[in-house]
Design a binder for this molecule. Structure first.
Ligand SMILES: Cc1cc2nc3c(=O)[nH]c(=O)nc-3n(C[C@H](O)[C@H](O)[C@H](O)COP(=O)(O)OP(=O)(O)OC[C@H]3O[C@@H](n4cnc5c(N)ncnc54)[C@H](O)[C@@H]3O)c2cc1C
Length: 493
């Protein structure tokens, strides 16, 4: 990762494409033109009100954009994109700005297009089990809209109170319950999508598997590189008859990793299978008071669902597997309140770790579950090597790791070591047959590691695809691809 951390106390800087001087010089004219396209209070241009948009969930990096535009309709999004295309203006799409990979980090000469005002639920069809919502509806907002009728929207990122469905589509977000139900891509039916030329395209719809190329698959996870999503059609599911969570505590992280592998290897698919190590257990227990086992080196949260008989059967089988790994304790929640408390701790884990360290980097690699014991052991060794603490909390059933590397952003050396530690973990994930990201996307955070995962030819092919959608590389141009590998014409600017 290309970080130029400077003196103590100075925020780190990430390499970005140079701002276009001709765009900066035309700022007043651009603001006026955008205001005509999105009238009223739809354009932000003054320094104080631009400040909240300078960063996202990867708060280490900051850049105040040229302007922010807050459209309310697809037509306004199309008009703004058409104008940006004609003017050569860079565009950074933004939902709630919770990206942990810096996906919504602005450029100094960019227009941020914020989708948060497009927050209407357009259609709910319980009979055919779909909902059509605007891109700025929060993830939890979809479930809230259908839960009284016994339905829910399955992907559940921990940020679900804030993050928006458009952002979820662009990052192909996951969550604790995606082990059973799949990630965003598995719960999507259709999109309304606007190209950089301002063309509005409907992809898929309220039916399964549209004919022709899988455009839905192409656009899902494309990190704002190909166009802007304004409407999303999602699958909604009937809620389960019941669900119960259990805690399994172990004497070592590798032992808990081996238990995960054994559960998944047995063919059981719990609805969720989450892992927390000791630093994380302690941080979470301090605020959730969920009865987490403080003497454990690692703990699993395992949730099953179905009728009471189905739950009992699955829990008994899981308990029998866990017993082979000499657990410290096995505890099944005996009330809805206890299940909720168990999840409250897990869902607040990132915030809880924030209380014990001035800063942390949240990594997001994915590995085959059979590699969990080895990779957890190596992360422990690297923690000593880089002299930085790490807390592990992750979607273990999917092999989706989230090591939280604790550091002090005011200490340039600590930040450098955190970056190197993170890169070493992600490289290890690729080496054992996994990949650079499970759910947080590449963004700016992992873009310089893309060549660890992909050959030069594979990267060329991906860049050619982006160029087909966005010939001038105006859409989120500094993300996903290493800067030196963007087309020569763009890199030279
Ligand atoms: C505390 C915390 C917990 C988290 N937990 C999880 C988790 O469990 N699982 C998980 O997957 N992620 C998690 N995340 C990461 C983040 O919440 C997800 O990546 C989420 O999907 C981002 O949504 P957003 O609306 O905030 O998008 P943003 O952060 O605003 O944008 C994300 C990316 O999508 C692009 N984009 C946004 N909206 C659009 C649009 N309408 N059209 C085109 N491009 C767009 C942006 O340019 C950017 O590249 C967590 C983040 C935090 C802070």
């Amino acid at each position: 990762m290309r970080i130029f951390a400077t003196d103590k106390g100075t925020p780190p800087v990430i390499a970005q494409p140079a701002p276009k001087p001709e765009i900066l010089a035309r700022r007043a004219e651009i603001l006026a033109a955008l205001s005509a396209l999105v009238p009223g209070d739809g354009v932000i241009g003054d320094a104080t009100r631009l400040k909240p948009y300078e960063t996202d969930g990867l708060a280490a990096y900051r850049e105040v954009p040229l302007a922010v535009v807050l459209p309310r309709t697809t037509e306004q999004v199309a008009a703004v994109l058409r104008y940006c295309h004609e003017t050569g203006l860079r565009v950074v799409p933004r939902g709630a700005g919770t990206s942990l990979s810096g996906g919504a980090l602005p450029l100094a000469d960019s227009v941020v297009i914020g989708l948060m005002r497009m927050n209407r639920i357009l259609d709910i069809n319980l009979e055919d089990r779909f909902a059509v919502v605007e891109a700025g509806v929060t993830n939890i907002g979809i479930t809230k809209a259908v839960e009284d009728d016994g339905f829910f929207y399955a992907p559940d990122p921990s940020s679900q109170l804030a993050c928006m469905i458009g952002g979820n589509v662009m990052m192909n977000s996951g969550g604790a319950h995606c082990l059973k139900y799949g990630v965003t891509a598995n719960n999507l039916l259709g999109l309304k999508f606007v190209t950089i030329e301002g063309e509005v395209i409907d992809i898929g719809g309220a039916h399964l598997d549209a004919a022709g190329y899988d455009w839905l698959g192409l656009i899902t996870g494309s990190e704002g590189q190909l166009g802007i999503v304004t409407e999303v059609t999602v699958r909604i599911l009937r809620g389960p008859e019941g669900a119960r969570a259990m805690l399994a505590a172990f004497k070592g992280t590798e032992i808990a990793g081996a238990a995960v592998d054994a559960i998944i290897g047995s063919g059981i698919i719990p609805v969720a299978l989450e892992f927390m190590d000791k630093p994380c257990i302690h941080a979470c227990e301090a605020f959730a008071h969920a009865g987490y086992p403080l003497d454990a080196e690692a703990m699993l949260i395992i949730e099953v669902e179905g009728s009471t008989a189905e739950q009992d059967d699955l829990l008994n089988r899981i308990k029998a597997i866990c017993e082979r790994f000499d657990p410290i304790s096995l505890k099944v929640a005996d009330s809805v309140e206890q299940s909720l408390a168990i999840w409250k701790g897990r869902k607040g884990a990132f915030g809880a770790v924030g209380r014990i360290s001035p800063d942390y980097l949240c990594m997001d690699g994915t590995i085959p579950t059979s590699e969990l014991p080895f990779v957890l052991k190596r992360i422990g060794e690297m923690s000593a090597q880089f002299d930085l603490k790490v807390a592990n909390v992750f979607h273990a059933g999917d092999g989706n790791l989230h090591p939280l590397i604790m550091f002090d952003a005011n200490d340039a050396d600590s930040f450098r070591r955190a970056e190197e530690f993170g890169a070493a973990i992600l490289t290890l994930c690729v080496e054992v047959g996994g990949c650079l990201t499970g759910e947080h996307g590449v963004g700016v955070e992992k873009r310089d590691l893309m060549s660890v995962q992909f050959t030069a030819r594979e990267l060329d092919q991906q860049r050619a695809l982006k160029t087909a959608f966005d010939p001038q590389w105006l859409l989120n141009p500094s993300k996903v691809f290493p800067l030196q590998e963007t087309p020569a014409a763009i890199a030279a600017e």
